[in-house]
Design a protein around this ligand. Sequence first.
Ligand code: BES
Ligand code: MN
Ligand code: ZN
Length: 518
Amino acid sequence: MTALTLSTAAAAGLRADAIVVGVAKGAKGPIVAPGAEPVDQAYDGRLAAILETLGAVGAEGEVTKLPAPTGFRTPVVLAVGLGAAPESDGTYSAEALRHAAGCAARALAGAKKAGIALPVAGPEAVGAIAEGTLLGAYTFDGYKGKGQNGGKKGDRGGAKGGKNAKGPLAEATLLGVNPREAAAKAALGRATTVCEELNRARDLINTPPNDLAPEAFAALATTAAEEHGVKVKVLDEKALAKGGYHGILGVGSGSSAPPRLVRLTYRHPKAKRSLAFVGKGITYDSGGISLKPPNAMETMKCDMSGAAAVLATVVAGARLGLEVNLTGWLALAENMPSGTALRPGDVLRMYNGATVEVLNTDAEGRLVMADAIARASEDRPDALVDVATLTGAMVLALGHRTFGVMGNDDAFRTAVHETAEAVGEASWPLPMPEHLRKGLESATADMSNVGERMGGALAAGLFLREFVGDDIPWAHVDIAGPAFNEGSPFGYTPKGGTGAAVRTLVHLAERTAAGEVL
Ligand code: BES
Ligand code: MN
Ligand code: ZN
């Protein structure tokens, strides 16, 4: 990941590949944002005019490169658009800064060092610019070119960057911030930790499914967690059978790679609250016997994004030393068709004892999640959040950038939605209409795994609700839309795995530790 520092050095003297400045949409053309004053002065106060000549308007995400002023030790000044002019107090929103820093970092892929002279009004701005930079700079190109091992047999690359890859911006320094200022230092430290874990989630999501079967995921999760003092327990297929986890086992039964259930535990001695996170970890979703059409399968390595987000959240929470107890559950299985696979018509006895008739093997996420949610409920957490790329219907409802939030407790669901808003993640609350519960009835078993097609995302939520322990506040986060970016990169969001929900869940843990929720 990009190495990020704070500095009060003068822009002119910085040895780097580029100095990043901000430009916003003024009433009469582009305006240069605070932080860039020394750069502007070196252009004789003409930076805004020069940018206007070059066609810049200050639109969000706009990147304009110009030769640095005489005497500068960097060859280039990179002006990045901040969008609308600032609030009346002259400050920019955290999300505008995050977005702009992300665009700048992405435009600087392959560069060694950048000086960032964006407006830093306080620690919140430092955190936002740091996050934007660290997330926007992310690349995943270990599978390009010859790979890590010179293309030898068994060389499957890695996330660090293959030989033919540009790699991320190596180093950046936020100018205008005293590295000894405690609040700024803390904001940078927090951002670095969260982004390291979020980028770990992205690496896992982007890793091809032939390199990330449940066992491999569990092993990587174990290493990451133990490195940071998080306790890990992995249930293998034998333990799952002994425990009666037939939802997870059923989904995994078609694959030659057996399923796993991973429990991550972080405890703080002063914690007053506990949160459980449950993540969907389908390492590949072919649909099973209810096979998906080829185009719908192309991105289905992303079907473990919920589990990746839960791992990132618990490890980040531990690294930040949050005063809250966190338990993460990763429900890992590969959904494949075969002679041993689940059939439409099979009945499974789930972990909580309820029976489910599997009418569509492509509705596998709710089966693995149901077992994990029921198990997580046994620990009686103060609240439970599940995260899953659960339904295509959610993508139809909210598109590719917004995740849906449902739940059994309006206040808790609202808290999750508002927490997402606070960190710059788009989400929206959705209802769980009781009348849709009828569609989940089965002639043979207690329930069917599919309900009415219309409102499919809500029916999936209703299915999961059945497995939540009594009186546990629960929120269901369906990230099927934003988990994986099939389009072009934007802001601090790269192509591929995005790390959706990680920043929301980490902040929810922070807010819970602070007694702001529950
Ligand atoms: N993993 C998919 C949902 C999905 C779709 C995630 C698109 C990301 C992008 C899930 O397992 C699935 O296949 N759901 C089915 C459920 C249906 C059979 C009731 C769906 O949404 O079509
Ligand atoms: Mn599916
Ligand atoms: Zn799935």
